[in-house]
Ligand binder design. Structure first.
Ligand SMILES: *Cc1c(COP(=O)(O)O)cnc(C)c1O
Length: 391
């Protein structure tokens, strides 16, 4: 099919819930994507932080193909090797104790929320169920995770929302200190992604972790976007010097297949017993086989390279001195760029995409999430397109 035919068919038959860019994608190689007519795009989006191994990554394709040929699905009423092995690797690499596997980020966060409330209920009974989240956060699109999201624009239309969430300012420790005795957990993103690539202060995060431990509140970290190598460590919390009670992951975990979950520490390992939580597709063996390839690829040297690539790209952007761009910020290959007054991020994104560079927006700024395997040549090609388009 041609790009136009694909767009027409989509518009006719797929619910119109996304503001799509006018590009149809057919296949990819490394950090390059191609439309059906063969036009090349440099990808600084990786499917919103998902395709960490880029496109056409041979070991990933082979592992998926082999596992699909053996066993594509069996319920969680049985044991399978790929999920068990992936859980082992994740626990050993993080110091956490066990994993619950799910399918998407919102679902993973919802599982953490359930665990936090049950932990508190088991120990203290009712009345201690409030979860504090941060202003400007994003935690998902279910009725509960919309309410957990600390942005008013998400609290509309779908009333009634789930009760029991309050919002504190990011980096505002006193808002946590004065939070009251109805609290059971604090949930944060260490780098707020959708909110605009806003890293939390390390001092604040460490003090918040101490406060949570002292009050027996669970510290829940949403690493749906920051996890799985994105920031230059397997999880961002490892650079913040904390060990969360639970940490969710999704986007990059299986390199492009739908998989998510959350890790829990020792004190939570028995909170969600048989019958309290479940999901039909969770721990799918094909997704888990893909996840094992991601884990094997993201070794120490690979993660160091992610940091170096992030530095290269940020320095490259700053050196262009473009009139529309302000400061850059972020961690590893999660990069935010401020947009100067008089320009809009959506307009900049559209112009870059027209010229062959796929980018994202977040909050009022630009957001770059390139595949973690991106090469220096691919990054430099992207920088060239920025220069040509925006000078
Ligand atoms: C993307 C994202 C989610 C939602 O994940 P879905 O897979 O779309 O449900 C939740 N939290 C954060 C931090 C995210 O970036």
């Amino acid at each position: 099919m041609t790009s136009q035919e694909i767009k027409d068919l989509t518009q006719q038959y797929i619910m119109n819930t996304y503001g799509r860019f006018p590009v149809a994608v057919d296949h990819g190689e490394g950090a390059r994507l191609y439309d059906p007519e063969g036009r090349e795009y440099i990808d600084f989006t990786s499917g919103i932080g998902v395709t960490d191994l880029g496109y056409g990554f041979q070991p990933w394709t082979e592992a998926i193909t082999a596992q699909a040929g053996k066993l594509g699905h069996v319920s969680n009423l049985f044991y399978t090797e790929p999920a068990a092995r992936l859980a082992e690797v994740l626990c050993k690499r993080t110091g956490e104790s066990c994993v619950f596997f799910a399918n998407g980020g919102g679902e993973a966060n919802e599982g953490m929320i359930k665990m936090a409330r049950k932990y508190s209920f088991d120990k203290y009974g009712q009345g201690r169920s409030t979860i504090i989240t941060l202003k400007n956060s994003f935690h998902g699109r279910t009725i509960t995770t919309l309410k957990a999201t600390g942005q008013d624009v998400f609290h509309n239309y779908f009333f009634p929302f789930t009760e029991g969430f309050r919002y504190a300012g990011a980096n505002d420790l006193s808002a946590l200190e004065t939070a009251g005795d109805d609290v059971c957990a604090v949930m944060v993103e260490l780098v707020q992604g959708e909110g605009g690539v806003l890293p939390l202060d390390k001092d604040y995060v460490q003090a918040a972790a101490k406060l949570c431990a002292g009050r027996d509140w669970l510290l829940l970290v949403d690493e749906v976007q920051t996890g799985v190598g994105r920031t230059g460590s397997l999880f961002a919390f490892q650079q913040y010097g904390i060990l969360p009670d639970a940490v969710s992951f999704a986007k990059g975990i299986a390199g492009g297949l739908p998989m998510s979950g959350f890790l829990a520490g020792e004190k939570c390992r028995d909170v969600l017993g048989p019958g309290t939580h479940a999901t039909t597709f969770g721990a799918n063996p094909v997704c888990a086989a893909a996840g094992l390839v991601v884990q094997k690829t993201l070794d120490g040297a690979f993660l160091e390279a992610v940091k170096a690539k992030g530095d290269h790209l940020r320095r490259g952007i700053e050196a262009l001195n473009l009139p529309c761009f302000g400061k850059t910020r972020g961690l590893g290959l999660m990069i935010g760029i401020e947009v100067e007054n008089g320009y809009t991020n959506k307009d900049i994104a559209n112009r870059l995409i027209e010229n062959g560079l796929l980018v994202l927006t977040a909050g009022p700024g630009m957001r770059l999430l390139p595949p973690l395997v991106i090469t220096e040549a691919e990054m430099d090609r992207g920088l060239e397109i920025m220069k040509k388009t925006l000078s």
